[in-house]
Design a protein around this ligand. Sequence first.
Ligand code: HEC
Length: 477
Amino acid sequence: MAATGWYSLKCLSAAAALALVPWLAAAQDIRPPYEPISALYQYMQENEKLDDAVKNGDRAVVRTHAWNLWAGMMQPLTNEENSWPIWFSWQTTHQAFALESGAPAPRAQPPRRVRSATAETPLPVSDGANVDVSTPQPQYPVPTYVIKTWPDAVTQASDGSYSVNDGSYFVNNGDIMIAVESLSQEAYEDIRGRKLYLKSTLEDAFKAGDKIIELPREYVSTKLMYWPVAAEGLTALPVWTENFPDFYSGYAGYELWNSVVAIDPGRSRDGEWVDVEYLYGVRTHEGAEIPPQRKRANVVSIDRFYHHKVTQADWDLFSDADKAIINAASLWLSDRPFGVGDYLVTVASHIVTKEIDSWTLQSVWWSRTPDQGPYAQNRPRLPEAAGPWDHYLMTDAYAYEPDASGNLEKSVNPYIEGVTHPIATSCRNCHVRAGIGATGYQTPLCYGLLTPLTPDSACFDGALLTDFSWIIADRAH
Ligand code: HEC
């Protein structure tokens, strides 16, 4: 395929459609041809072996698979330098949950809020303490520059506050992280084909007494978190080095972390110590101004991260909401707008697949010391893999037997769960709850944050589960 062939060709048809139906501009599929995770990275190549390894608690086999999936997901789409990873060819929640007409769906839930059946009332958790699972998050008022520049990309709530809409590539996370919720082609087609984007489909199944909407074997979904990095100078990134107590359930977002690195696109100052300043226009949960943070930071070359230099062609593809999301992030982080030539770097990623019935759940985050500690274990050698996939740490939450106390191991991503959920929980415990009816993050019957729940757990009687997919439960409209 010619290097830029798909851009010009598809953009032409998008432009032609735009003349007829204005909203098609946003809905038009202008992605490169779909590229799945390659079999080189064991995707769908060892399902039975993996299933056995999970049952036998063979962590080395499981984690080797998990590392492969992560590296596979980040492989470049083309041979060109600066290629996007393969996810760029995948549909996102924006397309999967579009209205029947193809027009974008209204945002189903406010950003940075996790569904909790008990938003106000603390309930006992597994350690017996009383814990309110709705961690109080800082406020990120949308910068005026964003509201003025992309007025159609923001929505005003009844209290006058603004939020940025979801873009066609990026999802508004309500903070500095720029999220991508991408779906394998099979996942996307299943959601569209069975109309799982409609609440009525879920409700009909619920009324018919169905217990679960089973998703297909080739279902893959991700949540990839990007961080905006200026082309010039150094950009701050808080990094996770702390250790919260085992049952810490308060707010643990990156705003509070003490360790910070300074990302250097010049690639010449690795190891230097510098002063950085970051966080502008951010307020506490109660609304008090948080002054910009000043910290000593260790300089790290941008080559230690998966990164992409945003091109004019990218900018032309992005919707106004994509541009608004990225700009809001950059203004909150560095008090400067973001433009062509600046970088997006990968700081954290969730990847889940249904290669096995009990799902594969894994998550990575960037680290300055990626060879240390339990999250560095079992990293294979992948000589074929492009990029610094081995500069990240990984947690996995496969369906292992519970520990001696009857609980699941803690498994969270500090960048992602830190900003919304208690730290003492697990991907598995929370995602198995996805559904409608008597589900939710904590319910009187299923209150334990680390209880090894399965779809068959009695506390899901009277619920319709959506097979580990929160986006289906949350975004159906
Ligand atoms: C306390 C609950 C909770 C925990 C813990 C949690 N998640 Fe999620 N996750 C959610 C919710 C809610 C969404 C939906 C957000 C939305 O609608 O955009 C989500 C979204 C996702 C998505 C996007 C697709 C989907 O299925 O909704 C992936 C992938 C994902 N999480 C993986 C993980 C992994 C891996 C972990 C563990 C490291 C994890 N999550 C931990 C609640 C949780």
